[in-house]
Design a protein around this ligand. Structure first.
Ligand SMILES: C[S@@+](CC[C@H](N)C(=O)[O-])C[C@H]1O[C@@H](n2cnc3c(N)ncnc32)[C@H](O)[C@@H]1O
Length: 284
């Protein structure tokens, strides 16, 4: 993969690390972002099955490349992605200071809290301000700004990562960072988590899949049809994505040809926990 391809959907770099989520969610609203809604529906099914198999009522979750925490937010609150994205369209948000937005969001999220089977959420990202927003609003219990692709975790962070049952990611970053994935797999080798991610088609990586398999995991592409991630911003994005999905053996017809990036879901489970097939249309 060349550098250009690795940056497949990172046109929003300048708004990933602001003191609050307003501008990011306004941009996602404008771009027709949908990935998190589809992905978290499957994350919830996986979480229920994992609870059943590990005979536990509550899971420790790691949200990798969490950004402001949309995956975690939808996992532990009774809110839809549309409700979240619509919220920041109001003019009061555009003019508000980050501390005011954090205060409003903390209250709003408290009112809509539905922890279900989630015991705790730890977030990892390189975007320290976004993590700070997520921690202060109660989306994350703990958050670490670290680039695991190049750096090892502290002892304290390693301890938290080791107890993780379920690693979630809305997006593709873990598929693009084999060294970070290797660190996480090595750290958790004694008790591997389930890993469920929603990479954009064309971003899924054979190297990362092989690494998980070598660590004793069974990796499945879920039997859920690809779903829209967000609209292309221009023809150049569409052309590049179409080329890339073609190179990975996907047919763009009916997917990228409709004008949007599409994503699919991958689940990796330790071999001894991979026997049972899961009903992905199971609703809570
Ligand atoms: C496309 S955004 C997705 C954020 C979030 N998952 C969402 O759906 O809103 C990509 C995220 O990857 C993060 N990221 C980039 N490089 C990273 C790295 N080396 N380790 C962890 N996160 C990284 C960015 O800071 C950003 O938050």
């Amino acid at each position: 993969m060349n550098d250009d391809d690795a940056k497949l959907v990172t046109r929003f770099d300048d708004i990933y690390n602001l003191p609050d989520c307003t501008r990011y969610y306004q941009a996602m609203h404008a771009a027709g972002f949908q990935n998190a809604q589809h992905a978290v529906r499957a994350f919830k099914v996986a979480a229920r099955e994992l609870c059943r198999q590990r005979n536990t009522g509550a899971l420790h979750v790691l949200d990798f490349a969490s950004g402001y925490g949309i995956g975690s937010l939808l996992l532990r609150h009774d809110l839809s992605l549309a409700q979240v994205l619509d919220r920041y369209q109001g003019s009061e948000f555009s003019g508000a200071s980050p501390s005011r937005v954090i205060e409003w969001d903390r209250d709003w999220l408290l009112q809509n809290r539905k922890p279900g089977n989630i015991a705790s959420i730890c977030a990892v990202d390189v975007a320290d301000n976004a993590l700070d927003y997520g921690a202060k609003t109660g989306i994350f219990d703990v958050a670490y700004a670290i680039d695991l692709q190049s750096d090892s975790p502290s002892d304290g962070m390693a301890e938290i990562l080791r107890r993780c049952d379920l690693l979630i990611e809305v997006g593709s970053v873990i598929h693009l960072l084999p060294d970070a994935l290797k660190r996480l797999l090595d750290l958790t080798a004694g008790r591997l988590p389930w890993i469920i991610t929603s990479p954009i088609r064309g971003n899924e990586s054979g190297e990362s899949v092989a690494m998980m398999q070598e660590s004793g995991m069974v990796v499945e592409e879920l039997p859920i049809p690809p779903f829209p991630h967000r609209r292309f911003l221009d023809g150049a994005e569409q052309e590049r994505a179409t080329r890339l999905v073609g190179e990975r053996g996907h047919d763009p017809d009916g997917y990228e040809s409709t004008g949007a990036y599409h994503a699919q879901l991958y689940l990796s489970r330790p071999e001894h926990e991979s026997g049972r097939s899961i009903r992905w249309d199971d609703r809570d």
